[in-house]
Design a protein around this ligand. Sequence first.
Ligand code: 3H9
Length: 689
Amino acid sequence: MKQTATSVVADGVALITLDNPPVNALSASLRQGLQAELEKAFDDEAVGAIVLLCAGRTFIAGADITEFGQPWQPPSLPDLCTMLDDAPKPVIAAIHGTALGGGFELALACHYRVAAQSAKVGLPEVHLGLLPGAGGTQRVPRIVGAEVALEIITSGRQIKAAEALALGLVDAVVDDAALQDEALAFARRIMVDGGAKPRIRDRADALRADRDRPELFTAFAAANARRFKGVVAPAAIIEAVEAAVRLPFNEGLAKETALFERLVTSPESAAQRHVFFAEREAARVPDIGPDTSAIDIGSVGVIGAGTMGGGITMNFLNAGIPVTLVETSQEALDRGLATIRRNYEATAAKGRMTAAQVEQRMGLITPSLDLAALAEADLIIEAVYESMDVKTDIFARLDRIARQGAILASNTSFLDLNRIAGATSRPEWVVGLHFFSPANVMRLLEVVRGAATSKPVVATAMRLAKRIGKVAVLSGVCDGFIANRLLAPRGAQAEAMMLEGTPIAEIDRVLVDYGFAMGHFQMMDLVGLDVIGRNATERTVMGDLVAAGRLGQKRGAGYYDYDEKRRSRPSDVTDRLIKEVAAAHGVAHAPTSGDEALLARLLYPVVNEGAKILEEGIALRASDIDIAAVLGYNWPVYRGGPLFWADQVGLDRIVADMRQLEAVHGESFRPAPLLVRLAEAGRRFGDGA
Ligand code: 3H9
């Protein structure tokens, strides 16, 4: 087995190098290797100081998440940190890349930290439903005080080296290329100066003021109540940081360990870890490997400067890729450009971008009214109105205009990609790139593989997604692809229950309690009923609301009435319309009550649709469907997505409940064959194919 830790001694300094690709996660073998090297250096009389350095692209990125849920193999990470605390010689962490989670905690247990200029540090455990469990909640407040520590640990954000230096989280920042030399020089200076071994655990100065402000913790929880809704880790983080303020170090540490143990076995953390790995798994396509050639994308064309086209354009500008943006009228083009500029200026106003960066990104756009301007683009994305005729016309024209070897993509959200590709003489170059609105914000990108799409085109799309900060999920061709098709039954059931007399506020509340940011009807009101209800052929509540001028939040009235602060309250007008439409369709009054019954009605059909999508081979794997729901529809991440959640509920129970629902409500609840097979075999979606 390859050695994960090695050391050399020169001029009295032991340089321990950790090497556990890809991100130096603290697996059992790395912990054991480090322990052995530290012991060797402690015992070696020729060693006066120790430098910890990592090989590869980054310093330690944290505990090895794959080991969670199994018994710890010694030494544990907290034990290693104690070993560093008690080291008889000064230890210096030399940080490059990202020192995250347990990796940063290990560095904090060292006596000094020297960081490369481009390095970042952070405690992202909260994103995994955890808290830092190797002293992070106890050491960070001792450096920056409780308030800043709470902000850092509950946000999980990555802190750049310069800010880390200003906060005192690192002791020196040096040129990237000189990290090893500078860390060794730092060690030698310490040795010459008497070898002081300052320990963060012994510091109390930053905590003194906090000791007189016990209310700061409840105030922090209250101020962030919305952000922390439904998730358990933030409350545990607050408790642990409070312990750092009130208790001696070892007692605070014991508290932190107990809280970590509780969180690591929680369903929320299991769900969030599932999402972490699912996101990375989604990038893998079985018949496409690292050796599949991909096409270099140096320039992009976008057709349509509306909401979608504008958002899509921004993704490429943000990645420094020039975009030719094509519209049919000067007015539409100007409007699109103005919206993009306004978005950037809003970001700049929040201090997240400079004015120069705004201009630099806007400067990457070449506006045009002529499709011929796309002749040299490497990738052309069509983002126009959802009409097969319009799209096939554009693709036929693109076929004549685009250079050979250019990728032709459609942003269609439900149309048949194979028909669109059929309008060209080169269907192997056609792919679907389905962005979610707002396209510059939502992280999901469905890459739709048509019957003829070539492997290099798929490979390019998957890699490009990562370059523009998206998570790509591969989808086959079907109506609605993965995310829209998956969630459609939730909307259908919400509306069916509404007609049966279940109060819409009750339906929305259950979804919000489950963890969605908003309920179905609140979402409709936010998007705008005129935008959604355009294609209805029969009388619907939505159609009636639109006819009554109740277009949603923007008009102060939709399904709900809204006050000037956009708070919703039930509307008598809507209630009356619901009764009328129900009567017109002959729907009997039969409201559903009870949270479990409502959830089963709303979400089991989503699980069922997921099973169909999987069985038809539209999605490659169950976890891709979860990612599509989490990133495309804000499915609560701590539920892990619909299929992970279904596994927790139990597939046999879901099938049994659906059969009962089928008896009353019919076919929408007929369990999919795959769901039945898995349930009968006692298997889960997570067990794989
Ligand atoms: C923790 O530390 C708990 C402690 O407080 C207490 C303990 C007592 N473990 O993201 P990438 C894999 S909790 C195992 O594509 P990038 C990843 O799955 C941890 N595996 O690269 C992927 O595998 P594959 C706190 C890990 O360059 C490969 O590495 N730390 C881990 O885009 C490459 O990953 C975190 O939460 C891990 N910790 O981004 C940090 N990390 O190639 C989590 C990564 O087979 N990691 N892998 O698909 C990250 O945020 C990013 O990976 C990082 C690199 C920014 C480091």
